[in-house]
Ligand binder design. Structure first.
Ligand code: AMP
Ligand code: MG
Length: 404
């Protein structure tokens, strides 16, 4: 992960993302496993899902009503059979109609359905059709959703409830998915203490570990918890040496400019290192390297910076290693509900909410304030060198897009 990256100046977010995606493509996680649908949520489909049958498999009724031949609708028709969902009908007898319920197969010979609200049942049981009937009305034709042999989901699709429901509708009980990436998570910092312990002088609770561990699990990763790494060269060496057999080493903290850079030093000894100064706020410093062949990404330690750089750079990187084509979040344009008077030299991701269709921002945008993101439902992207007046269009990235 090195070379090219140590140029002076700030690295634009797009360039950083391009580089990370190229690195991801050069280290794909190809192994697969077969899982029952119930265990496949959040995983990435390794093979296309091809329909093994037509959906629906046979023409069926979209309404509770009567199935008939449209040409017969002029006269009252006797009811020759009653068809519930789950039953196999007889062919429709000539000059009759069939009582039919939603989802029941259309009997051979019928070509339309009239809903029960639009008929009159006569005293002798015959059915009179009160309105003009179109051929094919209220019929769901065989294969209208999917034809057998069609690719319904491409390889590289992330599996959520909708995709799993779709697979179930085609009768797939299991799917082939990429194996879970193993991600070793390290929180660097002498000041860090785990929740549940008491705080000593100068100490703070480790929030990034929980944030990233939960997020990585949602992304289908297996988290190897490396715990808290003290700001100490020997301990860093030992700790990294103990981490074997992972697909990514993800650390937070210790990459601020001017700080003793222990992780970086160990990477320089036993691998490769690039320090990127990103044109991103919150964020900026990001380490990218290899340790004994294992890719390493070092995120900045301030919790809002960790979050933004994970959401916009690390998440796409991990998903691309699993073969996902779609790795960047959906974003849309909304009017700003705030003004922005100081153009920055870094792209800013402001913690924001939509109120009455406008993006409003959290008062304290400091990179240390995780509460700003808990309050927010998205990030507003303010490009480099931009000022904004209220009502100007800004790009909004919903957090719900990146948290899955
Ligand atoms: P660093 O990048 O190590 O200089 O950290 C930048 C800021 O983020 C400092 O205020 C750290 O105390 C804070 N920080 C670093 N790691 C964590 C963490 N895991 N949880 C909460 N805050 C952190
Ligand atoms: Mg630190």
């Amino acid at each position: 992960m090195s070379g090219c990256c140590d140029k002076p100046g700030l690295l634009p977010v797009e360039t950083a993302l391009e580089r990370l995606l190229a690195l991801a493509e050069s280290a794909p996680i190809r192994e697969t496993e077969r899982l029952p649908l119930a265990s496949a949520e959040g995983r990435v489909l390794a093979e296309p899902l091809v329909a093994g049958l037509d959906l629906p498999p046979w023409p069926n009724s979209a309404m509770d009503g009567y199935a008939l031949r449209q040409a017969d609708a002029g006269e009252p028709l006797p009811v020759s059979q009653c068809i519930f969902a789950g039953q196999a009908p007889e062919p429709l007898q000539a000059d009759t109609c069939a009582r039919i319920f939603t989802g029941a197969p259309l009997p051979a010979g019928a070509d339309c359905v009239e809903m029960q609200e639009n008929v009159e049942v006569l005293a002798d049981g015959r059915v009179r059709f009160l309105e003009a009937i179109r051929a094919g009305q209220h019929v769901r034709p065989q294969g209208q959703e999917t034809r057998r042999g069609e690719t319904v989901l491409d390889a590289g699709t992330r599996l959520g409830p909708i995709e799993l429901g779709l697979a179930a509708s085609l009768g797939a009980a299991e799917l082939t998915v990429r194996r879970r990436p193993r991600v070793a998570l390290l929180s660097t910092g002498d000041e860090l203490v785990e929740p549940g312990q008491s705080l000593g002088p100068g100490q703070i609770y480790n929030s990034n570990r929980r944030l990233l561990a939960s997020w990585l699990q949602r992304l289908g990763c297996e988290v190897v918890d490396g715990g808290i790494l003290p700001d100490d060269l020997d301990r860093t060496r030992v700790c990294l040496g103990e981490l074997a057999d992972v697909d990514l080493l993800l650390s937070t903290g210790g990459v601020s400019v001017g700080e003793a850079d222990f992780l970086g030093q160990v990477l320089r000894e036993a691998g490769e290192l690039a320090l990127w100064k990103l044109a991103i706020k919150p964020g900026k410093p990001l380490t990218c390297g290899h340790y004994r062949g294992v890719p390493v990404i070092g995120l900045p330690g301030n919790p809002a910076s960790t979050l933004v750089t994970f959401a916009l750079l690390t998440r796409p990187y991990l998903l691309r290693r699993l073969g996902c084509a779609e790795v960047t979040p959906l974003r849309f344009s909304v009017p700003a509900g705030f003004t922005w008077t100081k153009p920055g030299n870094r792209r800013e991701y402001l913690r924001a909410r939509l109120e009455n269709g406008r993006a409003v921002i959290y008062a304290n945008q400091s990179s240390g304030v995780l509460r700003s993101v808990a309050w927010a439902d998205g990030l507003v992207e303010v490009r480099e060198g931009t000022t904004l007046a209220e009502g100007d269009a800004v790009t909004f990235i919903p957090l719900s897009e990146v948290l899955v």
